[in-house]
Every structure is written in C-alpha cells, then in structure tokens.
Design a protein around this ligand. Structure first.
Ligand SMILES: C[S@@+](CC[C@H](N)C(=O)[O-])C[C@H]1O[C@@H](n2cnc3c(N)ncnc32)[C@H](O)[C@@H]1O
Length: 234
C-alpha cells in the first residue's frame, strides 16, 4: 500500500483535484473545531504535506510534524520545510513529543492492513496528544449510498448487520489520473467498526460529521457521506 503512494506521488496534486469539495469541507470543519489557539500539529499519513502545511498556516501553528511511510511523499513533505518530516507508518510511529492537534485524514487508517495494526496506530496518535488535544480522523464509509450506490449499500447493510465481518471492507480499485491507471487497495469501514476501533484505542469521540464525497455538503444520515470524527483523549 506504500508502494501505490510512491507511484502516485508525482500525480498527487491531480488526484486531490478530484475531491476538492469534500476535502475543503473537512478542512473547514477542522478549523471550526480548533478555536482555542492551537500551537502544534502532527499530520499522520500526510501525503505530500500540502494539506497539513496549509492548515497549519491558516491556524498560525509553527510546530508542524509531517509523517508518512511513502519515501516519495516524504521527499515532497521535506520541500515544504515542516519542523520535522518523518518516514514512518502510523502503526510504528515513535515520536517522543506532544501535540494539541493531530490529523489523520482521507482514509489513512484504511491503508493500514489489520484491525490490530489500526488500533496500534491510533494508540500511537493518542500517546502524542496533549491532554485535551484533538485528533481529526476521516474514513471512507462502506455504507455511503451516495458514493457506492443505493442497491449495493443496501446489500452491504443487510450482510454487515446479520453477518458482520471486517474483511468485507477490503477493496481494490484503479485510480485514473491523466490517462494513466494506478491500481490501489484500501479498506472501507462501517460506522460500528471505526467507532469500536477508536474506543479500543482508549480515545473518545467528541463529534461526528457526515460529509458528501462529491458535493462536500454536510449531511444528516450515515448513509449519505464519509465520516469525520473529532476525537480526544479525555
Ligand atoms: C489518500 S492519502 C491522504 C494524504 C493526506 N492525509 C491528505 O489528506 O491529503 C493516504 C496516505 O496514507 C499514507 N499511508 C499508507 N499507509 C500508511 C500507514 N501505514 N500509516 C500512515 N500512513 C499511511 C499514504 O502513503 C498516503 O500518503
């Protein structure tokens, strides 16, 4: 899964363009939830770093750590001159420092292979959070009918309600960017699954938003969008 992002890195800005409305809504919600003069930011699975650095600038945060396992993404992060750029997967993250704001955005958790490793990743983020700090996490919702189709989602809902099995969320896809095809894989979460993982990591959900993956509109029902969680350690 790291390899797919090494290949995608030169085209990452084009890839981002495909979901601008969604990403901008998430960024706006992050800023809205950070009213108390944040001082430090850790971006876990930062991609090329543009998003973390842009948010930090808007929030006037000076201490910014970017972290991603992809060597090509980390090269791009270094060009933006963060306080530190660390090449590491979230599940192996060993940072001896604390932050009041942590980001884990755009289904980074869905690129970590197992439930056990996803929990390890969140525990590492928890260890880096100052007391009362905030972690922003958004994931792809397997039950998002607007993104994946009504009938398909209904089938998934029935299966997942009566025969729950996390493995069903594993998926393969092809990114099409500039006439090129990039095969990728990842994981789509159910709301119950991700909320269980957050709880098992010892973190607490403060708020949940449902955001339309196409229009960026904030929706009312869980089957209408991807899920953004505002999480804290207390
Ligand atoms: C869709 S991109 C999102 C990047 C960035 N958060 C953003 O919002 O633009 C997913 C990122 O997760 C990273 N990733 C893959 N496996 C990871 C892992 N085990 N731990 C942390 N990040 C990982 C990829 O290298 C990639 O940069």
């Amino acid at each position: 899964m790291i390899d797919q992002y090494d290949k995608l890195a030169p085209y990452y800005r084009d890839y981002v363009q495909k979901k601008t409305k969604y990403l901008l809504t998430i960024d706006r919600l992050i800023i809205q939830n950070l009213s108390g003069n944040p001082q430090s930011l850790l971006d876990v699975g930062s991609g090329d770093g543009t998003r973390g650095i842009t948010l930090a600038k808007k929030l006037r945060i000076k201490k910014v750590y970017l972290c991603d396992p992809s060597a090509e993404m980390i090269k791009k992060c270094r060009q933006l001159k963060p306080t530190r750029a660390i090449q590491s997967g979230a599940e192996n993250l060993a940072i001896n420092d604390k932050f009041d704001t942590t980001l884990c955005l755009w289904n980074v958790l869905g690129h970590i292979k197992t439930r056990k490793r996803r929990i390890a990743a969140l525990k590492n983020m928890k260890n880096c959070l100052e007391p009362g700090g905030k972690l922003f996490l958004d994931i792809q919702n397997r039950h998002n009918a607007n993104a994946y189709g009504g009938l398909k989602t209904l089938g998934r809902l029935i299966l997942d309600t009566f025969f729950p099995n996390d493995q069903r969320g594993n998926t393969h896809f092809i990114w099409k960017i500039k006439n090129q095809q990039f095969p990728g894989r990842g994981h789509l979460f159910t709301a119950e699954e991700i909320q269980g993982i957050i709880r098992e990591s010892g973190l607490k959900i403060k708020k949940r938003y449902i955001v339309n993956y196409e229009s960026g509109k904030i929706e009312k029902f869980f089957w209408q969008g991807q899920l953004l969680y505002v999480i804290s350690n207390e």
